[in-house]
Design a protein around this ligand. Structure first.
Ligand SMILES: [Zn+2]
Length: 240
């Protein structure tokens, strides 16, 4: 068996038809950063992609060559005169740091149709809401209900943007993603470490904490909070 990792074939019909659809869906000024491949492209014009960041690594370079030819074949021009090169990662910490920086680039590119960055909107009081519930068919023939959730974030122009929960998490971090507000009470899920610290504290008051199920006060709880142990905080009324 070869020791080389299976490389992606950027000329296969599946990838080409995926690319045709995907590269057309990215908004102008939007970013494409395939996870784990080590580079970030921005769509700077309708038919032009610019390589903005890239890790200096042979595997990254091979993947990049594939992407270049794919973009070219699909009729896009490629700009690469202003690339920020990331040094070859030597440790897992390096890999994590670079991935985080690339993710930050992606998140910074999310904008309202008015141009205002999603990241700078006020999402301190935003709670996830369930948009719909869809029945999906499992491979064994059973059906399964899937809840579709989003964080409705309001832009300064008044437009409400339903942010996908995973995108919201990328934007605000784990702790904020694990917070939910119901009828003026904030439920903040705790990590195991935080639960231990809270329980061992002399000031521990059981009234301030609760495990969370699928419902709180007749309201649905987002699935990623089910079964977690939360701290309860009364949310002060918004000051005018
Ligand atoms: Zn806006």
């Amino acid at each position: 068996m070869s020791e080389r990792r299976q490389e992606m074939d950027w000329t296969s019909p599946e990838i080409v038809s995926w690319g045709r659809e995907h590269f057309d869906m990215v908004p102008v000024n939007g970013v494409w950063a395939p996870e784990g491949l080590g580079f970030v492209f921005m769509r700077v014009e309708d038919k032009t992609y610019e390589l903005v960041r890239c890790v200096q690594h042979p595997e990254t370079m091979r993947a990049l060559a594939g992407v270049r030819s794919l973009l070219w074949d699909l009729g896009y021009k490629i700009k690469d005169s202003n690339v920020k090169w990331d040094e070859t990662p030597r440790t897992q910490d390096d890999v994590n740091r670079i991935s985080q920086e690339h993710l930050d680039d992606v998140v910074s590119s999310w904008r309202c149709s008015c141009g205002f960055p999603l990241r700078e909107m006020d999402h301190s009081r935003v709670s996830a809401v369930m948009l719909s519930e869809e029945e999906t068919l499992l491979e064994n023939g059973d059906t399964h209900m899937v809840e579709v959730w989003a964080y409705p974030v309001t832009c300064q122009c008044g437009e409400v943007i339903n942010v996908d929960p995973m995108d919201f998490r990328s934007m605000v971090g784990d702790e904020r993603h694990h917070r939910h507000i119901v009828k003026g009470v904030e439920y903040q899920a705790l990590t195991r470490e935080e639960i231990i610290t809270a329980l061992d504290n002399d000031d521990y008051d059981a009234q301030d904490y609760t495990p969370v199920g699928k419902m709180i006060d007749d309201e649905r709880v987002p699935p990623w909070l089910w079964g977690l142990f939360c701290k309860k905080v009364i949310v002060p009324d918004e000051e005018e």
